[in-house]
Structure formats: structure tokens, C-alpha cells
Design a protein around this ligand. Structure first.
Ligand code: 0A1
Ligand code: ZN
Length: 891
């Protein structure tokens, strides 16, 4: 693209297409450098399009880029070049009959496709990635999500190199041809947009299983991988079956084809892709065994398999009218995968993990140059809008609807949504309309969540009236200005809350709406608390019959994605940590106390001894409480991260914040050193299954304890870490020990790194960990270390996972290194963006984000970061992806 002339697409400009593609037949003659694609489109005028009453019908404009046009025929007649107009991005035909058949032949070069969009090669195999606009790199097409067609696909290739040839739907024929070639045909009966098209061909092994749907249909399940990975697919298969069952049980949604296939590829820009019946995955979300995957990796595989599978209904059967509606499928599907994980594991720990991610990353996005509503209003490059806002905040918006409706009505409303929109491309508005048909509450104001960017702030004040035994709670909301948006209207914020007396008993409340009990909960109504509908800029809620000043527990379960500003004492927070019946809020109280302690160091230059004593004591209670789930304990003993803390500051001096965080971490580790050492050595369970829940929780707690100990002199924890590394029979413990050693400078560090490297040879995902663990070290030489790793023989800049394991791990997970006072970290990242942009714009653009926050920085860092953005801007012609992010950051 010409970056001097970027095109901005606006949501309100949406127009239905003039043409429909009723059927498409695609033929691929696969060849690594010259694949021929013949596309036969059965076209008809769209009755829903705006039509002039007289004159010729509208011309047809198809999108296409990076494909060489070989021929165009209309109703059997080959068109001459003067019969159409061709540009770098479009093919236009001015005159066509109302119903016609257009045949287009293109030639593409998968081998040279380093952007990994369209048809490309990974490890010698062919695969596709078409969301959002990759199909146009295969052939000229109406490449937009509201054009739904039935696809028939024929693939011809060499038997020797491509024994396996897959596409969407059901396989209908296979024939062996002369000259060592063979041909398959696939038919997908479900009309779909082009972004859900997929083709995979190559030398792949597979495992298979079956799933019988609730209505008794037998579905063939297959997972395709390179032969050497065949033993690492079983967990993915069991996750798939669990997802299929869950969607039937919880939403009544069954699978709808005869087979469901997953393919793992090593070169993939994102996590995975929900192509109809043929999901293509980054191999990191399929392959898992004890020696290569951590517990977190296993959970990631399970969640992503579920996410992609759930898209079959929320995304594929019901898709998006245009890309501004992306959160229609993504927010909803993330909410669904979060609910699935939460049903299968600890619901509280899952919620804590999700909220940590939201606060650390999405809040930052919402306060930066790219802040946008979950339904954006404009974009230059849609790939830049697969964001934490659209996905994670989008899921929070769905969660709020779930809270406002309650679980029973939520399910009824989902049934209405599916019933109304199955087989169509629709909008976020239509989704809320479906909710409204069932909801008791008026959702008019709630819709503002779809159009408002920025994280709202809710300020809290309390007043106790002892004479009348009344408690008044005032909640005031505001939302900061974001690019292009100011003076925002109040949102409808669901606030789940409870009141406790001084003994920790829950009070019955005279105000607020009742909450439904969770199926497996033993909580009383009073313990569950109530739901307040905060709709005004400022609103006071009065509770009658409150005999003594109560303790308030607000925003239970993080019932809305807001920042709560509530000035309470250290004692109140410590009290909530010990007594809140909402376990999420027990954790939250600890986070608030820790935040106060760390930010206090920034203001006063020293640790507040009283706050430290409160938090230290609360940690002591947690450490001693054997009734607590160990995974929850681990969360409670983890301090807020730098990027979360950053969200509470106007201007950030990273070096000072990092020093304050280190000071508090060290003080807490010192206070509990003995107990932490015991946890490292005694929490692990021998002789149980790897994925036994208690064993996983035990590892999480032990490794959290080890990470805390690394703030103390290495003589104390170094031998423990080295011993753990040597004894580990699983990746979770091995990598945690190595991560600890990487912060230090012992001989064990290098020995273990060498040992890990030797064992990683032949397993790309393990080699990625070897890079990542070094990129997140707190050593003072980190920028040089990371730069040296770029030159390592095993570093591959062309492989997105490898690149991210080194470069993104450093930029996102190593604040001390990235924000090095001399700006070296920023320079390093800018160099990588510049080097990558021409090869893979999508991945390059994702690396720009950490540089986008320069306006929030204090001191010289601000200018140092800005200079690097300018250097990227001036480095030559940029992709639209990088151009959009850099230019918005510099505005
Ligand atoms: N829809 C997929 C994610 C995805 C999005 C874009 C891609 O390329 C630009 C690839 C995958 C999901 O939500 O899982
Ligand atoms: Zn998705």
C-alpha cells in the first residue's frame, strides 16, 4: 500500500453488496511457486442492494492482491483486457447480466508468501489463513464477511509431497491421476464467507476419534500434525471432545458436519483459526506432553481448542456483517471459552487470571493511542483490530449481559439469538436486540458499552447514619477522554456487592437485585450479595436496617471492567482478605493493599511499615491456611505486575516503579522466606497424574514461592532451583527453576541453559521456551543478551513463534530491560519492527504497541521512546499495519 495515502474505512459507511455469490467452485493445482487457482463464481444481483430503477445494473468490483490474473470469462466467453479494469487491489467489470457465471484464473506463489496470509507454506506443507482479508491473496472475490456462499473445492497435487489434501466440509471424492498426481473434492453445505475458507495439503500424520452428538450423529474427529509430533495430540483431542459436549450441555448447540479436523502448523501469525470444519492452529495450541508443555500450556491448548470449536456457532453459523462487528463473534466466543475453562477448573482462579490479563494489557490499550470501543468506528488495517479490547473487553461486556439477565434468561436469550440469526451475517446491535427480547432490564443504555472507548472509573463514598440504622453508598462514574471521544455519557454498570458486619457476617440487604445461586454453591443469599444497577453519573444506594457501620465488598467477581476508586483503610483491606465470602474479592483486597504499598514507595521513597505489616500479616494467614486451594494461594501471593500498576499512574517513571516493586517484593520475601522455602520443597505431589488438579495447584504454589525467593540473595534459593531443575519430571517445574536461575549469575545458570538447549533440539516449542526464559531475565546485561540471541543459530526471524519468544517476551514481559534508562530497549524493538515489516506486517505491527505509550512516560524515557517511533515512521515505505499504529501513536 501507498502509506502516503492510507484509506480509512468507516463503520457508518456500510452498504450491502450489489452482488451475491450463490455458489463458488474452486480448483487448486498446487505447486510451491506457481499454484493455479480457477474460481467459478455463480453471481446474482443482490435484491437487498440499493438499485437505481433505470439504466445498467451496477458493475462488479472484486478484491484481489498479490495474485497474478491469468484470465477472466463471463458466461463461457473469455474477456479481453479492455472488458475489465485491473488495479493492484481490485478487478472491476462494468457490465454483467443479473445472473451470470464468472470464471477467474489466478496464479500465486505460496513459497514466497512470508506474510502468512492467503495460501502459504509451513514446514513444506500448504496451508491457508484467510481471516480477515487473506482470501483476496488467493483469487479475486467479494472478500467481505456478509457474502455467504456454498463452496466446492477441488485440489490436485503430487501424491508424494501432498498425500493429504483437506478443505472445508465433507470429502466427496478422491481420484488418482497420471504423472504421480491425485485429486480430491470437498463440499461444504453451509454457506460461508471467504474468511472461513481453508485448504491444507502436505505430508501429515493424524490421530482420529469419534464423537456422538446429543441427537445421535457420529462425527469423525481428526488432528493432523507432522509425523514427529503424532504423540503430542492426545490432550488436544480430549479437549475437543470436552468442548463439543459442553456446548451441547450448556447451550444446546451441536456440531453440524460429518467430520471436524484440526491441523497444527508451525508458522502462524495468531493462535488459531476457526475455518469451517477445518480449524488451523498454531502448533503451540495443539501439541502438549509432560516433557514439553507446562501446566499453563495445557490450559492454553484446552482453552484455544474450545474457543475455535465454539466459533462453529458463534462466528461461523452466525457471522459478522462487517469487520466492525468483530466483537460479535470474538467477545462472545471468549466469554464462552472462559466459562468452559471455569466450569472445568477453579472458577475463582480462572476469573483472577482473566482479570489480571485485562488489567495488565487491555486497560493499557484503552488508555493509549489505539483506544477504541469494542465495536470500533474506523480502521485503516483491520488486522490491527484483533485486539484485547475487541476480545477481552468484548467478553467482559458479554459477561455483564450475563450478570444483568441472570443465567436462566441468558440461556433463553442465546436461544433467541441463534434462532433468529442462524445462517446470517449480523451485528452487535442485533445481538443486544435478542438479549432484550428476554431481559427484564432495559438495555438501551447498556448499548453504550459498544461505542465507548476507555476504562470507566467508579468512585465510591460511604456514609453511615447510626441514628436511622441506614447505610448510604454513593457511586460516581466517569470515563476518560480517548482519541476522538470526549464527554462520554454514563454507562449502565452492574455492580455486584455485599455488606459485612465487623465479625465478617454477611448482612441481608434491603436494596439491589437478587443474584441467582451458582449450581454448586453452598452460599446463602446474604453471602452472595446483590446487584446494583449504576446508570447515573452519580447515584446513592441506601440500605436500611444496618445496625452498625458495615464493611463494603464491591464489584464482586469483577462484575464490570472498570477502575474502582475506594479509599478504605489498610485494616479494612486486610479484613476483606480474611473474611469476604467472595473469593475473588479476597484476592482483590490483597492486590489493593500491595498496590498501595508499592505506589507508597514511589511517593515517599520508602516502604510504609504499617501497610507492610498489614499485608505481611495477611500473607501469613494465607500461608498458614490449609483449607485454601493452593492455586488460589499462589494468586494471593503474587503481586500486581508492573503493567497493572502502571494503570494507576498518570505519568510513569518505569525505573522508579520497577525499583519500588522490587523493594516490596524483597521485603515480603524476606518476611516469609522460611515458609516460602518450605513451599518450594514440600508442595509437589509425587506419584499422581500430571494433570491432577491438586498436583497442578501444588506446582503453581511452589513455583510462585520460588519466584518470590529470587528477590533474596541467590545463596538462599540458588541450590533449591538447581535441585528442582535436576529433579523435574515435567516442564512446569523445569522451566520455573530455569527462570529463577536466569535471574542470577551462578554456574548452574549456564549449565541448566545448556542442558535445556540440548534437550530442546527437535522440538520447536521447547526451543521457543529457551529463548523466552532468557528474554525475561532481570540481569543487567539483558539488552545485550537479547541482541546476542538474535544471532543464535536457532533463532528464526521468519517464524512468528520464535520471534515472539525472544522479541515480544522481552518487550512485554521484561519491563526492567525494555525500559532501560538509556533507551536501548526501545531501540532494539524498533530495529526489529523495521526489519520485519516488509516480510510480515501483521506480526511487525504487534511489536509496535509497547512503543505506543510514550506520552504516559515521565522524564527522558518519553522522548527516547518517541524517537524510536519517528525512526520507524521515517524508515521507508511502511505496511498499512505498521503505518496505522505508528501514525496514531505520534498524533
Ligand atoms: N478468529 C481467530 C483469530 C485470528 C484472527 C486473525 C487472523 O489473521 C489475521 C488469524 C486468526 C480466533 O479468534 O481464534
Ligand atoms: Zn476467536
Amino acid at each position: 500500500m501507498d502509506t502516503r495515502n492510507p484509506v480509512t474505512i468507516n463503520r457508518l459507511d456500510y452498504q450491502p453488496t450489489d452482488w451475491l455469490i450463490d455458489h463458488v467452485s474452486l480448483q487448486f493445482e498446487l505447486d510451491p511457486t506457481a499454484t493455479l487457482v480457477t474460481s467459478e463464481l455463480t453471481l446474482s444481483r443482490n435484491p437487498a442492494a440499493g438499485q437505481e430503477s433505470n439504466g445498467p445494473g451496477p458493475g462488479l468490483t472484486l478484491q484481489g492482491s498479490d495474485c497474478e490474473l491469468r484470465s477472466v470469462s463471463l458466461d463461457g466467453v473469455k474477456l479481453a483486457p479492455e472488458d475489465y479494469q485491473l488495479s493492484a487491489t481490485e478487478l472491476h467489470i462494468a457490465q454483467l447480466p443479473e445472473h451470470c457465471v464468472l470464471v477467474i484464473v489466478t496464479c500465486i506463489n505460496p513459497e514466497s508468501n512470508t506474510a502468512l496470509e492467503g495460501l502459504y507454506r509451513s514446514s513444506g506443507n500448504f496451508c491457508t489463513q484467510c481471516e480477515a482479508e487473506g482470501f483476496r491473496k488467493i483469487t479475486y472475490y467479494l472478500d467481505r464477511p456478509d457474502v455467504l456462499s456454498v463452496f466446492d473445492v477441488t485440489i490436485t497435487a503430487d501424491v508424494a509431497t501432498c498425500p493429504v489434501m483437506l478443505a472445508n466440509g465433507n470429502r466427496v471424492s478422491h481420484e488418482v491421476l497420471e504423472g504421480g498426481r491425485h485429486r480430491v473434492q470437498w463440499h461444504d453445505p453451509h454457506p460461508k464467507p471467504s474468511y472461513l475458507f481453508a485448504l491444507v495439503a502436505g505430508d501429515l500424520a493424524h490421530i482420529e476419534d469419534h464423537f456422538t452428538t446429543a441427537s445421535g450423529r457420529k462425527v469423525l474427529l481428526q488432528i493432523y500434525v507432522e509425523a514427529h509430533n503424532i504423540d503430542r495430540c492426545d490432550f488436544a483431542m480430549s479437549s475437543l471432545k470436552a468442548s463439543m459436549r459442553w456446548d451441547e450441555e450448556v447451550y444446546g448447540l451441536e456440531y453440524d458436519l460429518d467430520c471436524f479436523m484440526i491441523v497444527a502448523v508451525d508458522d502462524f501469525n495468531m493462535g488459531a483459526m476457526e475455518n469451517k470444519g477445518l480449524n488451523v492452529f498454531n502448533s503451540r495450541f495443539v501439541l502438549a506432553d509432560a516433557q514439553s508443555a507446562t501446566d499453563t500450556d495445557y490450559m492454553g491448548v484446552e482453552a484455544v481448542i474450545a474457543h475455535e470449536y465454539f466459533h462453529n456457532w458463534t462466528g461461523n453459523r452466525i457471522t459478522c456483517r462487517d469487520w466492525f462487528q468483530l466483537s460479535l463473534k470474538e467477545g462472545l466466543t471468549v466469554f464462552r471459552d472462559q466459562s468452559f475453562s471455569s466450569d472445568r477448573h477453579s472458577a475463582t482462579v480462572k476469573r483472577i487470571e482473566d482479570v489480571r490479563l485485562l488489567r495488565a494489557r487491555q486497560f493499557a490499550e484503552d488508555s493509549g493511542p489505539m483506544a477504541h470501543p469494542i465495536r470500533p468506528d474506523s480502521y485503516i488495517e483491520i488486522n490491527n483490530f484483533y485486539t484485547l479490547t475487541v476480545y477481552e473487553k468484548g467478553a467482559e461486556v458479554i459477561r455483564m449481559l450475563h450478570t444483568l439477565l441472570g443465567p436462566v434468561k441468558w440461556r433463553q436469550a442465546m436461544d433467541v439469538y441463534v434462532e433468529r440469526h442462524d445462517g446470517t451475517a449480523t451485528t452487535c446491535d442485533a445481538f443486544v436486540d435478542a438479549m432484550q427480547t428476554v431481559a427484564d432490564v432495559d438495555l438501551t443504555q447498556f448499548r453504550r458499552w459498544y461505542s465507548t472507548a476507555g476504562t470507566p472509573e467508579v468512585r465510591v463514598s460511604e456514609e453511615y447514619d447510626s441514628q436511622n440504622a441506614r447505610f448510604h453508598l454513593t457511586l460516581s462514574q466517569s470515563c476518560p477522554d480517548t482519541p476522538g471521544q470526549s464527554d462520554k455519557l454514563p454507562l449502565h454498570i452492574p455492580v455486584v456487592m455485599g455488606l459485612l458486619d465487623q465479625q465478617g457476617n454477611s448482612l441481608s440487604l434491603s436494596n439491589g437485585r437478587a443474584l441467582a445461586a451458582a449450581v454448586d454453591s453452598s452460599q446463602t443469599d446474604a453471602q452472595r450479595g446483590v446487584l446494583l444497577d449504576l446508570t447515573e453519573a452519580s447515584q446513592t444506594f441506601t440500605f436500611e436496617g444496618v445496625d452498625a457501620a458495615p464493611v463494603v465488598s464491591l464489584l464482586r467477581g469483577f462484575s464490570a471492567p472498570v477502575k474502582l476508586v475506594h479509599d478504605v483503610t489498610d485494616e479494612t483491606l486486610a479484613f476483606l482478605m480474611a473474611n469476604d465470602p467472595d473469593t475473588f474479592n479476597r484476592w482483590e483486597a490483597g492486590q489493593r493493599l500491595a498496590t498501595r504499598l508499592i505506589l507508597g514507595v514511589l511517593q515517599e521513597g520508602r516502604i510504609n511499615a504499617d501497610t507492610l505489616a498489614s499485608l505481611g500479616q495477611a500473607w501469613g494467614l494465607i500461608l498458614a491456611d490449609d483449607s485454601l486451594d493452593m492455586a488460589f494461594k499462589a494468586e494471593a501471593l503474587s503481586l500486581p505486575t508492573i503493567d497493572t500498576l502502571e494503570g494507576s499512574l498518570e505519568q510513569v517513571d518505569y525505573q522508579a516503579l520497577i525499583a519500588a516493586h522490587a523493594m516490596v517484593s524483597t521485603a515480603l520475601a524476606e518476611k516469609h522466606a522460611e515458609a516460602l522455602c518450605v513451599l518450594v520443597t514440600e508442595t509437589r505431589q509425587a506419584g499422581v497424574a500430571l494433570l491432577d488438579p491438586a498436583a497442578m495447584s501444588g506446582r503453581k504454589l511452589a513455583n510462585t514461592a520460588l519466584a518470590l525467593l529470587t528477590w533474596l540473595p541467590e545463596s538462599l534459593w540458588g541450590p533449591l532451583a538447581a535441585a528442582q531443575y535436576a529433579a523435574a519430571d515435567n516442564m512446569t517445574d523445569r522451566i520455573a527453576a530455569l527462570a529463577a536461575l536466569c535471574h542470577g549469575d551462578s554456574a548452574a545458570r549456564q549449565d541448566c541453559l545448556d542442558d535445556f538447549h540440548a534437550k530442546a533440539i527437535g522440538n520447536r516449542l521447547v526451543m521457543d521456551k529457551w529463548f523466552a526464559v532468557q528474554a525475561t531475565s532481570r540481569r543487567s546485561s539483558i539488552v545485550e543478551d537479547v541482541a546476542a540471541l538474535l544471532q543464535h543459530a536457532d533463532f528464526e526471524a521468519g517464524n512468528p513463534n520464535r520471534l515472539r519468544s525472544l522479541v515480544a517476551s522481552f518487550a512485554l514481559n521484561n519491563p526492567g530491560g525494555f525500559h532501560a534508562a538509556n533507551g536501548q530497549g526501545y531501540r532494539f524493538l524498533a530495529d526489529q519492527v523495521i526489519a520485519l515489516d516488509s516480510r510480515n506486517p501483521q506480526v511487525a505491527a504487534r511489536l509496535v504497541s509497547p512503543l505506543g505509550h510514550w506520552k504516559r512516560l515521565a522524564g527522558p524515557a518519553r522522548d527516547l521512546m518517541r524517537q524510536e517511533l519517528v525512526r520507524i515512521r521515517d524508515s521507508g515505505p511502511l505496511s498499512p499495519d505498521v503505518f496505522e499504529l505508528v501514525s496514531k501513536a505520534l498524533q
